[in-house]
Design a protein around this ligand. Structure first.
Ligand SMILES: Nc1nc2c(c(=O)[nH]1)N[C@H]1C(S)=C(S)[C@@H](COP(=O)(O)O)O[C@H]1N2
Ligand SMILES: [Mo]
Length: 218
């Protein structure tokens, strides 16, 4: 009686552990198709990131999802995920550098933010592009920077769909800028005349230009 009880207890303790090990350790479908080399260049894994978002990973439901383009535009947009993906597709290898000292090099694929802005028609007095996210996070880039650098709004990394912890369905690929400019779970792109707009980390002392070659703090 006692023995069976012990085995039973062992089973109770071990089964969840075994199941957990299977769920966490074995490569899932995403990991198995992820590419790790592109045109001779080694890529990081899409799981190499450190997750330190202000409210943790967001679960965005596509049925309810809209990408809004608002503010100083001729035609405010409210696009479904599929409508955004109808825009031309671009890709490039870019490294994300977090102010914490880690970095990842990824093949990013998505649409040009400028193509979205052209669809909406940017008004003359707009100078700043503010990105709003599902978790309430915001950051901004200057309109000039976006126009001059073919900045992507990514929906794939290393040829797989963005995982939810990486910003599904869309993340800004703010190349040459610190990680806090790479807004994940983007829900709204707002055109503003406020050249001094400060997003979540920028209003907490991080530099608003966010150039990795420049100063991290104000
Ligand atoms: N919506 C949202 N986007 C965000 C953040 C966040 O908290 N919320 N954190 C930023 C910071 S500080 C960094 S370094 C990168 C890191 O991406 P990761 O969390 O996927 O590693 O996401 C950026 N984008
Ligand atoms: Mo960061």
């Amino acid at each position: 009686m006692k023995r069976i009880g012990r085995i039973g207890l062992l089973g109770l303790v071990c089964l969840p552990l075994l199941l957990g090990a299977c769920a966490g350790g074995a490569p899932g479908p995403l990991a198995s198709v992820e590419i790790r080399q592109y045109e001779g260049q080694d890529l990081s894994s899409i799981y190499d990131f450190r997750e330190n978002s202000i409210r943790g990973p967001q679960d965005v439901l596509l049925e309810d999802y809209r990408m809004e383009v608002t503010g100083l535009v001729e035609r405010p947009l409210s696009l479904t995920y599929d409508q955004v993906l109808e825009l031309d597709r671009y890709s490039k290898v870019v490294t994300l550098h977090c102010v914490e000292g880690w970095s990842v090099t990824i093949l990013w694929e998505g649409v040009l933010i400028e193509d979205l802005l052209d669809l909406a028609g940017v008004q003359d007095d707009a100078v700043t592009v503010i990105f709003h996210a599902e978790d309430g996070y915001t950051s901004s880039l200057s309109l000039d920077f976006i126009g001059e650098n073919d900045i992507l709004l990514a929906y794939e990394m290393n040829e797989v769909e963005l995982p939810s912890e990486r910003g599904y369905p869309f993340q800004v690929v703010a190349e040459s800028k610190w990680g806090y400019k790479w807004v994940k779970w983007v829900t709204e792109i707002e055109l503003s005349a406020d050249a001094d707009y400060a997003g979540y980390w920028e209003s907490r002392g991080f530099n608003d230009d966010g150039d990795i070659s420049g100063s991290m703090f104000d």
